[in-house]
Design a protein around this ligand. Structure first.
Ligand code: NAD
Length: 264
């Protein structure tokens, strides 16, 4: 157990599973008081019980919910220092076929949800004289991808939002950074890998291997490996880092897709 986040109060959206749950656990291990939020009551309550935190259920794309979350953090723990804007959803499909309703739903959760949780958090962070916001991008923030137009668009947009927030609130000591995970073994990651396995008619294990085949590290991430980078950006170790976009992707972003045929 480190004391990196001793005395800090953190809010983690989508904290009931995957990267959010790993982050909530890691923050609590480092001494932070953590408010965990998400749509499903059972998993967030389970994580909150495990780490001695506070669970609040709701939809991150609802501005009233975001304000209520921040109020609860302030009322319960006396303030707010860290926001991890992690809640997100994926939906597959290309531009011509994607139902407009799905497109809007992905953008509402993945983009509006980040804006709304960030702007709810900024007031209390100001009162503390600063704070740190870590936003979950993706390798889909850095590249286009087939059949993934809503998700890719939403994840590119959060990079613009990260940089805008960093520029606007840096003068008040609020740092805003993004992490961009590659394949990570979570509910979302495993759903996509299962879909790949079904499409190719191969086992789940083979689909995992195929998905990470051209990653320099040749494997997907464990959620704890993403949480470690989120903790770094949230902590004072990153006190001069803002507006950064950190790929945490096993090296995927350095591979030239035009050359991978030579590695097969
Ligand atoms: P996950 O499905 O385990 O976690 C997402 C969480 O967000 C879930 O707990 C879900 O209930 C919550 N959520 C969804 N919609 C919500 C809403 N409207 N309001 C509140 N909570 C909501 O998946 P994960 O992989 O841990 O994803 C976490 C973040 O990491 C997401 O933003 C995702 O896009 C990003 N990401 C994941 C991967 C991966 O391979 N797993 C890769 C790159 C980026």
């Amino acid at each position: 157990m480190s004391e990196r986040l001793q005395g800090k109060v953190a809010l983690v959206t989508g904290g009931g599973s995957g990267i959010g749950a790993a982050t909530a656990r890691r923050f609590a291990d480092s001494g932070a008081k953590v408010v965990v939020t998400g749509r499903r009551p059972e998993p967030i309550q389970a994580v909150a019980d495990e780490i001695g935190g506070l669970a609040l259920t709701g939809d991150v794309s609802d501005e009233d919910h975001c304000r209520a979350l921040v109020t609860a953090a302030v009322d319960t723990y006396g303030g707010l220092d860290i926001l991890v804007a992690n809640a997100g959803v994926e939906f597959f499909g290309a531009a011509v076929d994607v139902p407009l309703e799905q497109w809007r739903s992905v953008l509402r959760i993945n983009l509006d949800g980040v804006l709304l949780s960030a702007r709810a958090a900024i007031g209390p962070m100001r009162e503390r004289g600063g704070g740190a916001i870590v936003i979950l991008g993706s390798v889909a923030s850095l590249f286009g991808a087939p059949q993934f137009v809503s998700y890719v668009t939403s994840k590119h947009a959060v990079i613009g939002l990260t940089r805008s927030l960093a520029a606007d609130y840096g003068p008040e000591g609020i740092r805003v950074n993004a992490v961009c995970p590659g394949w990570t073994r979570t509910e979302m990651g495993d759903r996509a890998i299962q879909g790949l396995g079904d499409m190719k008619g191969v086992s789940f294990e083979e689909a995992v291997r195929l998905a990470a085949k051209h990653y320099p590290l040749r494997r997907p991430a464990d959620p704890s490996e993403i949480a470690g980078c989120i903790e770094f950006l949230a902590s004072s170790d990153a006190s001069f880092v803002t507006g950064a976009v950190l790929p945490v992707d096993g090296g995927a972003h350095v591979v030239d897709v035009g050359m991978v045929a030579f590695a097969d």
